[in-house]
Design a protein around this ligand. Structure first.
Ligand SMILES: Cc1cc2nc3c(=O)[nH]c(=O)nc-3n(C[C@H](O)[C@H](O)[C@H](O)COP(=O)(O)OP(=O)(O)OC[C@H]3O[C@@H](n4cnc5c(N)ncnc54)[C@H](O)[C@@H]3O)c2cc1C
Length: 388
């Protein structure tokens, strides 16, 4: 454990990566404060998360356990259009963004967590770093952590040239209360990690805890993800929200245009096994395009980037959250013992950056290989949702 309140860390972004950073930096003696752009935490966000060791480790240190926030599945199954599903034993714990968010947020009641705080500017002066937010609020600290996701404002300030590139496919998603899913479908899907693949698309489904972390039968949610190749020229049409807002990285539930809802349903009917098509039809669909942000740099003067802000991995490795947690743990280890009166631990930060960029590059490569096996995001791959 480090010296109490050795330095003040300003954490930009209060999602799972920012909260992991708050715990990790707090554990080496930093005073932490979190600044989150969203006005409230009631809006629906990321859905299912496959439990990974880095997440389990942090939960255990917080006195919680992976089992207490996860739905345990026993098998994997591959669906086919015709014939029986193939099944094999593969136990796996599944959680959800909101359940994990609460498990990390609840123990931080004494930490400043300011909502409606969108980072606008960063200034470094001597030992201090000042963050300015778009509402005019200003705060001074000693170190700034950018955990503000794929559209990171912190990254734009540190490295204006780095831009995420569309990977050529989107994830249509659904997260439905199991009580809304017919019994025969639930019988097929619960207790199993279910897959379907065909050229240019892949769908997967598993159960996750209920909206308040419920794990008991009847109260959980069915989470599905349907990856589909979509040409970039069709993105802005599909990401146009019903409310009039044009979305860039995430189209929330309830925002699909009526025509898009119909298009998604019709495409599901014609290209998915009937069980998955029914699931899509009964869901309030939302969407995330998949982007690549190549690993480049994570450290700047009195600032560091973690999680998706530092670089994204394709979702097929199910490791975005665990990567963010690993980034946060390594950053805290590098900063352990630092006080603002000393020079920054440049060597430790550099070693952390090299190690984590190499890890990110490995995960990115594996994710791209996995996508290619389903012809996702490949040149001349089969395309869907083409209006031309
Ligand atoms: C289809 C899909 C499926 C996925 N499945 C999985 C999975 O199974 N397992 C897994 O581990 N990962 C998965 N991921 C990846 C995972 O969602 C991310 O890697 C993870 O959420 C990264 O967390 P983060 O805290 O770095 O960023 P985010 O969760 O994106 O959080 C960034 C936060 O910063 C805030 N913010 C943004 N800009 C500002 C600003 N200017 N000022 C202040 N705050 C700001 C945002 O509001 C947000 O709360 C998936 C991703 C996709 C696209």
């Amino acid at each position: 454990m480090g010296e109490r309140n050795a330095f003040k860390a300003l954490i930009i972004g209060g999602s799972v990566g920012g909260l992991a950073a708050a715990h990790e930096l707090g554990s080496v003696g930093a005073e932490v404060a979190v600044y989150e752009r969203s006005a409230g935490r009631t809006e629906p966000r990321g859905a299912g998360i496959v439990m990974q060791p880095e997440v389990e480790m942090l939960l255990e240190r917080l006195g919680s356990s992976a089992r207490s926030v996860g739905v345990l599945l026993h098998e994997r199954q591959q669906l086919h259009f015709h014939g029986k599903a193939e099944r094999y034993k593969a136990p796996q714990l599944m959680t959800s963004w909101d359940t994990l968010y609460r498990a990390l947020r609840d123990p931080l009641t004494d930490v400043c967590y300011r909502l409606d705080s969108s980072l606008a500017r960063v200034r470094v002066e001597g030992h201090d770093v000042t963050a300015e937010f778009s509402d005019g609020y200003t705060v001074r600290g000693n170190f700034l952590v950018g955990a503000d996701g794929i559209g990171s404002a912190t990254r734009r300030l540190i490295d204006p040239a780095a831009r995420p590139a569309y990977a050529g496919y989107v994830a249509w998603r659904g997260l439905e209360s199991e009580s809304r899913v017919p019994d025969d479908l639930l019988e097929l899907l619960s207790d199993r990690f279910t897959f379907f693949g065909s050229r240019g698309m892949q769908m997967l489904c598993y159960l996750v805890p209920g909206p308040n972390g419920e794990l008991e039968e009847g109260a959980r949610r069915v989470n599905w993800v349907w990856y589909v190749n979509v040409a970039e020229r069709n993105l802005s049409r599909l990401m146009a929200g019903r409310s009039g807002e044009q979305f860039a990285h995430f189209l929330p539930p309830g925002e699909l245009m009526p025509g898009t809802v119909e298009e998604v349903g019709a495409q599901a009917d014609s290209s998915l096994p009937p069980q998955f098509a029914r699931l899509v039809r009964l869901s309030e669909v939302f969407m995330q395009p998949v982007f690549d942000l190549p690993p480049y740099r994570m450290v700047a003067d009195h600032a560091a980037l973690i999680g998706d802000a530092a670089g994204t991995v394709r979702p097929h490795t199910a490791s975005g959250t665990s990567k963010a947690f690993g980034d946060a743990a390594g950053l805290a280890a590098a900063m352990n013992g630092w006080t603002p009166s000393k020079a920054l631990p440049a060597r430790g930060l550099e070693e952390w950056e090299v190690r984590r960029l190499a890890h990110l590059a490995r995960l990115s490569e594996i994710g791209i290989e996995l996508a290619v096996t389903s012809s996702l995001g490949v040149a001349n791959g089969r395309q869907f949702f083409d209006s031309e």
